[in-house]
Design a protein around this ligand. Structure first.
Ligand SMILES: *Cc1c(COP(=O)(O)O)cnc(C)c1O
Length: 397
């Protein structure tokens, strides 16, 4: 592996670039002092273009799930009707958080591997009256599906104009184009360990005016995750509680790298890595879980074929430094997932596909060495607009 001890191909935490690792090792500063205020300001300023917002972004010291909880408890009251649109394990988690705090949750569940459709959301909203909030998953990490958030949000705005739109964008924000303001989203959350190339520990919540207004009357209990308190502190360059300063150093450096690469460059790199992953896995004979029209740019899930001994196969991969993710919830043991987000580059994906080829060979599958790597590389080059037709072997399948 060129840069890391292992090829960590899970959908978060993601591998840290060397300069991000070094940033995390820096000395502490006073979190009530001017250096901290500057750090906080830089992170928020550099994150805004990736959220597509000119509004507030609040930092929370928490796992991503903490930000999901913050989204729910700050804008809702017990008994509020909530439409939870779920396409996998993380959509289910968001729904559960709302339920635990006493919301009246109605689920609109789609088959795992598929995306939510505007038509179904329209029908559900026409059936339910007085929906206070709609919960959406941007990128469902358990299945490798990205929902058409812009279309779904437009449908909500049309049918239920007063409903708040709360979005779990934890696993693709920063890796794909996203326009919170233009799409009319009210609260959007993400986590440091996914596309942001930082260690776990910080979550980020972008809050639009309608969500701030909803907090004035929302009655769910909250203290640590009180976003209004976070906003008051942010006005003085602080956070209400002692934050994970080392993770903020990392996020600051990660964002500096992302700014240097430009958002368009970051998105193109993710698209190329995703295309390479999908083509490589397919060339190895794996069937992909996600509906191709909504395949994620940050994580790909593949079925474990009946004739593959997963333990032996994964063991061969692990021995060669390749770390894959398994399935979650109802897909445990039936799929595996390849993360391709954060600091990932095409060469790391090609390395992963090469290892999978070897693992396939060593576990008795009929594979032509190099064929899947070639398919992956052609797909990446095509995605990047390279003149693939001029390459021996022609255009990708
Ligand atoms: C990773 C992830 C979460 C949870 O994040 P944690 O930091 O593990 O709490 C929630 N939603 C999605 C879509 C995720 O990918």
């Amino acid at each position: 592996m060129p840069r890391f001890e292992q090829n960590l191909r899970i959908p978060g935490p993601t591998a840290l670039p060397p300069s991000v690792m070094a940033a995390g090792g820096r000395q502490m500063i006073n979190h009530r002092g001017p250096e901290f205020a500057a750090l906080l300001e830089r992170i928020v300023r550099r994150m805004r273009p990736f959220f597509g917002t000119t509004g507030d972004i609040v930092l929370l010291t928490a796992a991503g799930t903490g930000a999901l909880e913050a989204a729910v408890v700050n804008v809702l009251s017990p008994g509020d009707r909530v439409l939870a649109v779920t396409v996998g394990a993380f959509g289910e988690r968001f729904a559960k958080v709302a339920e635990v705090y006493g919301a009246d949750v109605r689920r609109l569940a789609f088959a795992w591997g598929t995306a939510a459709t505007p038509d179904a959301v329209r029908a559900a909203l026409l059936e339910e009256s007085a929906v206070r909030a709609v919960l959406l998953t941007h990128n469902e990490t358990s299945t490798g599906v990205t929902n058409p958030v812009a279309e779904l949000a437009a449908t909500v705005r049309e049918i239920a104009p007063d409903a708040l739109i709360l979005v779990d964008a934890i696993s693709a924000l920063g890796a794909v184009p996203f326009e919170m303001d233009a799409w009319g989203l009210d609260l959007v959350v993400t986590g440091s360990q996914k596309a942001w190339m930082s260690a776990p520990g910080m979550a980020f919540a972008a809050v639009a005016e309608r969500a701030w207004a909803a907090m004035e009357s929302a009655r769910m209990p909250r203290f640590y995750f009180d976003l209004r308190r976070a906003r008051e502190s942010a006005a003085t360059g602080q956070t209400p509680w002692t934050p994970a300063v080392a993770v903020m150093y990392q996020a600051d450096e990660g964002l500096r790298l992302m700014e240097e690469e430009t958002p368009a460059g970051v998105f193109a790199r993710h698209a190329a890595c995703a295309a390479a992953t999908r083509a490589g896995l397919r060339a190895l004979g794996f069937e992909l879980l996600a509906d191709p029209a909504h395949a994620s740019q940050t994580v790909t899930a593949a079925w474990v074929p009946d004739d593959v001994d997963w333990k032996a196969f994964n063991g061969e991969a692990k021995r060669r430094g390749l770390v894959l993710a398994g399935g979650q919830g109802e897909l445990k043991g039936r799929i595996f997932r390849v993360g391709h987000l954060g600091s990932v580059d095409v060469e790391e994906i090609l390395g992963a596909i090469a290892v999978l080829e070897e693992a396939a060979l060593r576990t008795g599958r009929a594979v032509t060495p190099g064929a899947a790597v070639a398919a992956a590389q052609r797909a990446a080059l095509a995605e990047l607009g390279a003149p693939v037709a001029a390459v021996a072997g022609g255009t990708p399948a």
